[in-house]
Design a protein. Structure first.
Lengths: 430, 112
């Protein structure tokens, strides 16, 4: 009785006061949006760990399966720490139109209560961190089975700070491309074009795998790749629909078109192989899926269902064509086709956003005053600037990394496989 | 005693096992092996690129039998594993000098 008495008379009067302070404090915080971005953050991290790691692991030889998993995992850890220290500030600090500056180093000035829009900045920071993680991890597909682990870490860390963070600032952090009105909903430029262009150059500077192209061994476990690809697909809902930064109508449509584009491109790739080689393959259909998802990414918040299907078809066709171009014509061993699938898809989607974003093609409408032609011009400037910056700084970073630790492991280590020679472990002990 | 070492198509393993047990064969050993013969390798296509598979997966069946059973065993394997296509495999026969059942210490044909 005494307790109840105490509770009623001493604690109860405090409750309205507490509630009031919560409400006053959270005047601008939107619960629904915050919940959705929290969820999306988990989904996007799931794309890398373990989605992308499994996708890539199945595509390499059985003696290098752990090394690509290790690449993805260690880059994820390294990027997370760098993102807190300076990466986030470079990308989302106020800075100027080119560079975010150092104001938010170690999240300085950001407390638990600080809001970014109508969600906590801590949530925005972490959501963006998962994008920063997956982007250098995509590049892992350019250099598996031959690059030194120390070089992987040095390259990825520098690349995050010198390529990813600045381009993110230009497009999403209030930099010059966003001032121009470039449309990149979820990272066609920021993620896929940067990773794709850099992957192509890195692969060519690093040199091919042993026995490229005629003596290569096929993917050691397509089923593992399918599991990873399926996780990527699911995680991509967070990637694209989460990029609305709100639980709203844009997020809904982004999720819908993302799914449709993935399914369409998968079918396109499967049909091409079926017609051309007589057999529809699992590796083919899941590669088509990634192509469709990469292509729809920049356009996902702007286009309608018609745009989703058309972008899926075009993404499938273009990326398939690009795989042959890079491997056969250019003879560059971008081993797991990062440029052909992500780079070409991201660039194509960035350009196509200006077409299928228009209301005449069922889109949500271009920025005010823009026509398809004028927007296509802005998108093209975005593509050229992003690709040139990525190539220039990748070149410098690769040269620097090469000077510090060297790029390639020895041929003996390549023959033995990186799992044992670099990491001292075997993927399959029978 | 003879060791019959048959290299067959993986898809024929169940049929060969059944036919041999029907024949009264008491045991056999199976391993997954890779190799090539006149079939050479085969090609697989991933993302439009052809991969030369130099060693084709096969199954190796090892059976040790008493001499009088030899012809029936060989003929059974041949008839069951045959598809009339290149890549059906080969049968080798080797002389076996001794056999022993580990549990009882029986030797020779009694150990089979």
């Amino acid at each position: 009785m005494r307790r109840v008495f105490l509770h009623i008379f001493l604690v109860t009067p405090l409750i309205p006061a507490l509630l009031w302070s919560e409400i006053a404090h959270a005047a601008n915080l939107n619960d629904g949006n915050t919940a959705w971005v929290l969820t999306s953050t988990a989904l996007v991290l799931f794309m890398t760990l373990p989605g992308l790691a499994l996708f890539y692991a199945g595509l390499v030889q059985s003696k290098n399966v752990l090394s690509v998993m290790m690449h993805c995992f260690s880059i994820a850890c390294l990027v997370s720490v760098l993102w807190l220290i300076v990466g986030y500030s470079f990308a989302f600090g106020e800075g100027n139109s080119l560079f975010g500056g150092l104001a938010k180093v170690f999240l300085s000035g950001v407390s638990k209560e600080t809001l970014s829009g109508d969600i906590p900045e801590t949530v925005f920071f972490t959501f963006q961190m998962t994008f920063a993680i997956i982007t250098p991890c995509l590049i892992v597909g350019a250099f598996p089975e031959r690059m030194k682990f120390s070089a992987v870490l040095i390259f990825s860390g520098l690349w995050l700070l010198l390529v990813y963070a600045p381009v993110t600032h230009w497009v999403w952090g209030g930099g010059w491309l966003s001032e121009m009105g470039v449309m990149d909903f979820a990272g066609g430029l920021v993620v896929h074009a940067t990773a794709g262009a850099s992957a192509l150059l890195l692969a060519s500077m690093l040199g091919p795998r042993k026995d490229f192209p005629s003596g290569l061994k096929p993917p050691h476990n397509p089923g593992l790749s399918m599991i990873g690809a399926a996780m990527l697909w699911i995680g991509w809902f967070g990637f694209n629909a989460g990029s609305a930064l709100a639980a709203d109508v844009s997020a809904g449509m982004a999720m819908l078109v993302t799914h449709i584009a993935a399914a369409t491109a998968s079918l396109v790739w499967m049909m091409i192989e079926w017609i051309k080689f007589g057999k529809p393959s699992l590796i083919g259909i899941i590669t088509g899926m990634v192509a469709g998802l990469a292509t729809i990414t920049p356009a996902s918040g702007y286009v309608g269902p018609l745009g989703g299907i058309c972008i899926g078809i075009l993404g499938g066709l273009l990326c398939y064509w690009a795989v042959g171009l890079v491997k056969s014509k250019l003879s560059i061993d971008d081993s797991l086709d990062v440029f052909a699938v992500h780079g070409v898809g991201g660039i194509a989607g960035t350009l196509l956003a200006s077409v299928f974003g228009a209301t005449v093609f069922g889109g949500g409408g271009l920025p005010e005053g823009a026509t398809i032609g004028s927007q296509l011009g802005i998108q093209s400037i975005g593509v050229v600037a992003t690709v040139l910056w990525s190539l220039a700084f990748t070149f410098l970073i690769v040269k620097l990394t090469s000077a510090i630790v060297g790029l390639r492991v020895s041929n003996d280590e390549i023959t033995q496989g990186l799992d044992v020679s670099t990491h001292g472990e075997s993927g399959y002990n029978l | 005693m003879k060791l019959v070492m048959a290299i067959i198509k993986p898809s024929k393993l169940d049929a060969v096992r059944e036919a041999l047990t029907d024949l009264g064969v008491q045991g056999l050993t199976v391993s997954e092996v890779k190799g090539f013969g006149r079939q050479k390798g085969q090609t697989e296509i991933y993302r439009g690129a052809e991969y030369q598979i130099e060693f084709v997966p096969k199954i190796r069946v090892d059976i040790v039998i008493d001499d009088p059973d030899l012809d029936r065993v060989i003929e059974t394997i041949r008839s069951v594993a045959n598809t009339d296509k290149i890549g059906d495999g080969k049968i080798f026969v080797l002389e076996v000098s001794e056999a022993m059942r580990i549990r009882t210490g029986e030797t020779g044909a009694n150990a089979l």
